[in-house]
Design a protein around this ligand. Structure first.
Ligand SMILES: Cc1cc2nc3c(=O)[nH]c(=O)nc-3n(C[C@H](O)[C@H](O)[C@H](O)COP(=O)(O)O)c2cc1C
Ligand code: SF4
Ligand code: SF4
Length: 311
């Protein structure tokens, strides 16, 4: 009997407490926000070298979206995610995902009713949608919606950044279309033509890249630092692989390289240049304009540092 009495008092106090809390929540408008949050929680995972993919991820985000940088997640060893919608945004390299994104999806568990992938590119997407679908399916993750988005092409060996930035690639209109598709949870993979598949095969033959790896180079073989370097340390913070070190002898570079070009584009002195690489068909001719560099106009240097910094 005594126990029952105690329980009743406790229950009554509990009930009073919850009434008080719900009154405060409702009167402050938090109730609707909380239930709305619970309804549509969205996570967008991204990888970026020069900001196009981060800009895209931000444009697709709403107040219920958590934006997460893949290099930071890899650093923290976080691979499990749960939300109503999960998206991934990254640039394509030779029509393939960056190596880090490839490794990430192999380990990741994405628990969600709706998954989407946005692949940013600059000139030739080929069959990148199919390639990503194959890679992610092999990793037991099925994306309901996969599309590409054309943006400034940051591939320095073929493009002059000053010229690229003048081109109108209809980015706002294309982002608007993607936003509308995502709003209705559209199930769709952007179609790929046979010609695009053949073009990719030709590219792979020409470059000799391993289709299971894509771009994974040695940074010390590809980049050299010239005398314009002022030891500002920017390169140490924008590299998602922590390949740059500021030492008493100046900047040193070494390590497996995503070829994301975050270092070469973001160096304020344009002191990072491609080395002479005669045996790599992609870089035999050097670059088009060593004085032109690019970062998405809506993205700051601090944004790139926050996304990629490994220290
Ligand atoms: C190593 C490398 C390879 C690339 N390969 C392609 C490609 O095959 N096709 C293409 O259209 N753009 C290619 N690009 C351009 C990028 O995909 C494009 O500029 C992307 O939007 C950059 O995104 P970010 O600013 O988020 O790094 C390549 C860029 C790099 C650095
Ligand atoms: S970002 Fe450029 S100038 Fe700054 S330390 Fe690196 S190479 Fe030198
Ligand atoms: S060395 Fe440069 S290109 Fe290579 S991963 Fe680091 S920032 Fe990217």
């Amino acid at each position: 009997m005594g126990t029952d009495k105690n329980m009743n008092r406790r229950d009554a106090l509990k009930k009073m407490g919850s009434i008080a809390i719900s009154t405060v929540v409702a009167s402050s408008g938090l109730l609707s926000l909380t239930s709305c949050n619970e309804k549509r929680k969205r996570i967008i995972l991204y990888f970026t070298g020069t900001g196009n993919s981060l800009y895209t991820a931000r444009q697709l985000a709403d107040e219920n979206t958590e934006l997460l940088s893949i290099p930071q997640l890899v650093k923290q060893g976080k691979y499990e995610f749960e939300a109503d919608e999960i998206g991934i945004v990254f640039p394509i390299y030779g029509h393939m995902p960056p190596y880090m994104v490839r490794q990430f999806i192999k380990k990741a568990s994405l628990k969600s009713k709706y998954k989407f992938a946005i692949l940013t590119y600059g000139a030739r997407k080929c069959n990148s949608v199919e390639i990503w679908n194959d890679i992610s399916l092999k990793a037991n993750t099925k994306f309901d919606y996969i599309t590409t988005l054309i943006m400034v092409d940051n591939w320095l060996p073929n493009f002059d950044m000053n010229e690229q930035m003048k081109l109108d690639k209809h980015i706002p209109e294309n982002i608007q279309k993607i936003t509308a598709d995502l709003k209705q949870n559209k199930h769709w993979h952007e179609p790929v033509t046979e010609e695009e598949r053949l073009m990719h095969n030709g590219f792979m033959e020409f470059t000799g890249l391993d289709p299971e790896v894509g771009f994974l180079k040695k940074s010390e073989q590809y980049f050299v630092i010239n005398t314009r370097c002022i030891n500002c340390g920017v390169c140490t913070n924008v590299c998602p692989r922590a390949n740059y070190n500021l030492t008493s002898n100046g900047i040193e570079i070494q390590g497996d390289c995503e070829f994301c070009f975050a270092c070469i584009h973001n160096c304020p002195q344009k002191a990072i240049q491609f080395g002479k690489i005669e045996n790599d068909p992609l870089l035999m001719r050097g670059e088009v304009n060593p004085n032109a560099r690019y970062r998405n106009e809506h993205i700051s240097l601090m944004d790139i540092k926050r996304s990629n910094n490994q220290f």
